[in-house]
Design a binder for this molecule. Structure first.
Ligand code: ATP
Ligand code: MG
Length: 559
C-alpha cells in the first residue's frame, strides 16, 4: 500500500501541493476543485481516475468539487450525455451538492473578457485565409509570422468582434486571436485563436451564439469564475499551461487557479478514446454504451463491478506524472476483493448433466441449509431444495478420470456442496457415446458433508435440484480485445476485437437466484461473480459474468 496522509488518502505529488498550499494559508485555506467533462460521450474508467482525484482532494481537505460541463464545443454535445455523466458521478460515490455548472452559462462573461483583452491591446481580429494561416504559423523550429490583423486599432477590433458576434460574417471568415508571441517556441503561445465563428446549434442555448470561445481561453476563465483553487488535468495539457496562466494574468484575476497535470489511466485490453468508444456503439460492435464489455462507467455498473472496486483501482494506481499502462488484471483483482466480501453465494450449473439418486425417494424434497456468505456471518443462511433428480456441471464428471482429477467418475464418491456424499454407480451414454445421465447413490449418514465413519472424499461439487432449478441465461464475458494495446501497432483496433468476448449459455440456477432484483451481485460457487442483468424477466433471470474466481493478478505479483 502507498503511504497515506492524515486523511488516510494516499500521498502523491498533487496532495502534497495542496497540503503545502494549506500550510501557507493560500486562498485563505480554501480548496475548490472541479471535474470538467465535455458532454460528448459517456464517462469511462479513465474519467473515474480524474473524478477520484478531483472529488477526493476536495473531500479530504474540507473543500468542494464542482461538476462542470465543458459545453463550449456544441457540435457533438447532447443532454443524453449530461444525464449519464451526472448519474455516473453520483454512482461512483461523489457529491457535488449544488455545484453543478455549465461552461456555456458563462458565454456572456467570456465574451466580455475577450472585449477586455481587445481594449488592452491583447487581442485582435485576424482574417488570414486557411492557406495564409499555414504560411504564417511557422513550425516547431521556425518562428511564425505576424498576422496583418495585429496592426488593427482597438476600435477596429472592437467593431469587427461585435460584428462577428452579430453574425455579419461567414463561418471561418475571421477569428479573434490573443496577442502573445509569434516567435514563441510553444506553438500554443503563437497568438492562439480564442474565438471563432461557428453557426452551430447549442443544446442548451440554441442559436443565441454564432461565436464560440476556444477551449484554451474558456477553461481558465471557467475555473476563475467559479473560484477554483486547484485545477487538475491530464498531461497533454501541460503544454497549454502557459496559455492558461497568460489568460488569467492578462485579465488580472486575483488568486488565480493553478493547473497541475497528472498522467492518464490506461488499461490493457481496453480502448479509452471517446471516438473509438462511440464507433463501437454506433457501428454495433457492442450492444450500447452500457454493454458490460465496455470500459464505460455504465457498462462496468451493468457488468456488476462495484463503485468501490473502481475507487480502489484508482487509489492503487495512484497519481503520478509518468505515462503508464495498467494491467486490467489489477482491476479484476480489485473487483474480486470487493465482491468476495459482499456478494452472497449461490449454486448455479452452467453446463448441466442430469444425475438421478437412485436410492432417494421419488417425491422427496429436502431443504438443506446453505451459508450465504462465509466471509460475512451477518449474511445468514438459506434453504436449498434437494431431491432425487439433480443437475451437476458436465465438467465435474469424467468417464475415464485423468490423474489428479478428484471429482465424479464411475465408482467414485464426491461431496455435494451443503448436501450428501454421492457415489456414481453408472454413466448412461447416448448412441454417440456422450454421457447423458449419471445414476448415483447417496449416503444418508453424510448429511451436512461429512461421514460418521471418518471416510474422506477429495471433491466437492455444486448442483441444483431438477424440481426447483430455474432456467437462466448466462452471458459469459471475456475481454473485448485480443491484444494488450488495441490499435497501438498501427492495426485498426476493430480488427483486434475478441470474437469470443460474449458467449451465452443456458444454465440452471437455484430458485433464490430468480428472485433477485437487477443489479444484484452474486457469486456462483466455484465459478465466478455474476450480476443480475436488467434484461431479466420474472422467472427468467439473465446474468452477466463480472469476473471469474481465478485471480491472475496475485500470480503475476509472485504472491
Ligand atoms: P476529449 O478527447 O473528448 O477531450 P477526454 O477524455 O479528455 O476526451 P473530457 O470530457 O474532456 O474527455 O474529460 C474530462 C476530464 O477527464 C478531463 O480533465 C480529462 O483530463 C480527464 N480524463 C479523461 N480521460 C482520462 C484518463 N484516461 N485518465 C485520467 N483522466 C482522464
Ligand atoms: Mg478533454
Amino acid at each position: 500500500m502507498p503511504e497515506t496522509n492524515e486523511n488516510n488518502a494516499p500521498l502523491d505529488f498533487i496532495r502534497e501541493i495542496v497540503a503545502n498550499d494549506l500550510r501557507n494559508n493560500k486562498n485563505d485555506g480554501k480548496v475548490v476543485t472541479r471535474f470538467p467533462p465535455e458532454p460528448n460521450g459517456y464517462l469511462h474508467i479513465g474519467h473515474a481516475k480524474a473524478i477520484c482525484l478531483d472529488f477526493g482532494v476536495a473531500a479530504e481537505n474540507g473543500g468542494v468539487c464542482h461538476l462542470r460541463f465543458d459545453d463550449t464545443n456544441p457540435t457533438k454535445e447532447d443532454t443524453e450525455y449530461v444525464e449519464s455523466i451526472i448519474n455516473d458521478v453520483k454512482w461512483l460515490g461523489f457529491d457535488f451538492g449544488e455545484h453543478l455548472y455549465y461552461a456555456s452559462d458563462y458565454f456572456e462573461r467570456m465574451y466580455e473578457c475577450a472585449v477586455t483583452l481587445i481594449r488592452k491591446g491583447l487581442a485582435y481580429v485576424c482574417d488570414l485565409s486557411p492557406e495564409q494561416w499555414e504560411e504564417y504559423r511557422g513550425t516547431l523550429n521556425v518562428p511564425g509570422k505576424e498576422s496583418p490583423g495585429r496592426a488593427r486599432s482597438v476600435e477596429e477590433n472592437l467593431d469587427l468582434f461585435t460584428r462577428m458576434r452579430n453574425g455579419e460574417f461567414e463561418d471561418g471568415a475571421m477569428v479573434l486571436r490573443a496577442r502573445i508571441d509569434m516567435a514563441s517556441p510553444n506553438i500554443h503561445m503563437r497568438d492562439p485563436v480564442i474565438y471563432r465563428i461557428r453557426r452551430v446549434h447549442h443544446f442548451r442555448h440554441g442559436d443565441k451564439w454564432c461565436v464560440y470561445p476556444m477551449y484554451d481561453f474558456a477553461h481558465p476563465l471557467e475555473d476563475a469564475f467559479e473560484g477554483v483553487t486547484h485545477s487538475f488535468c491530464t498531461l497533454e495539457f501541460e503544454i497549454h499551461r502557459p496559455l492558461y496562466d497568460w489568460v488569467l494574468q492578462a485579465l488580472e484575476f486575483k488568486n488565480p487557479p493553478v493547473q497541475t497535470e497528472f498522467s492518464r489511466l490506461n488499461l490493457t485490453y481496453t480502448v479509452m478514446s471517446k471516438r473509438k468508444l462511440l464507433q463501437l456503439v454506433k457501428e454495433h460492435y457492442v450492444a450500447g454504451w452500457d454493454d458490460p464489455r465496455m470500459p464505460t462507467i455504465c457498462g462496468m455498473r451493468r457488468r456488476g463491478i462495484p463503485a468501490s472496486a473502481i475507487r480502489k483501482l484508482c487509489r492503487t494506481v495512484g497519481i503520478t506524472k509518468f505515462e503508464a499502462l495498467t494491467d486490467i488484471a489489477l482491476l479484476e483483482h480489485c473487483v474480486r476483493e470487493e465482491l468476495n466480501a459482499t456478494a452472497p453465494r449461490f449454486l448455479a450449473v452452467l453446463d448441466p448433466l442430469k444425475v438421478t439418486i437412485t436410492n432417494y425417494p421419488a417425491e422427496g424434497v429436502e431443504p438443506l441449509d446453505a451459508v450465504n456468505n462465509p466471509e460475512d456471518p451477518a449474511a445468514g443462511s438459506r434453504k436449498l431444495p434437494f431431491g432425487r433428480e439433480l443437475y451437476i456441471e458436465k465438467s465435474d464428471f469424467m468417464l475415464e478420470p485423468v490423474k489428479g482429477y478428484f471429482r465424479l467418475a464411475p465408482g467414485r464418491e464426491v461431496r455435494l456442496r451443503y448436501g450428501y456424499f454421492i457415489k456414481c454407480e453408472e454413466a448412461v451414454l447416448d448412441e454417440a457415446g456422450n454421457v447423458v445421465e449419471l445414476k448415483c447413490t447417496f449416503d444418508p449418514a453424510t448429511r451436512g458433508g461429512s461421514a460418521p465413519d471418518g471416510r474422506k472424499v477429495k471433491g466437492t461439487i455444486h448442483w441444483v435440484s431438477a424440481d426447483s432449478a430455474v432456467p437462466a441465461e448466462v452471458r459469459l464475458y471475456e475481454r473485448l480485445f485480443t491484444v494488450e494495446q488495441p490499435g497501438a501497432d498501427g492495426t485498426n483496433f476493430l480488427e483486434q476485437l475478441n470474437p469470443d468476448s460474449i458467449r451465452i449459455v443456458k444454465a440452471l440456477v437455484e430458485p433464490k437466484l430468480a428472485e433477485l432484483p437487477a443489479g444484484t451481485s452474486v457469486q456462483f460457487e466455484r465459478n465466478g461473480y455474476y450480476c443480475v442483468d436488467p434484461d431479466s424477466k420474472p422467472g427468467a433471470p439473465v446474468f452477466s459474468r463480472t469476473v471469474t474466481l481465478k485471480d491472475s493478478w496475485g500470480n503475476k505479483q509472485g504472491k
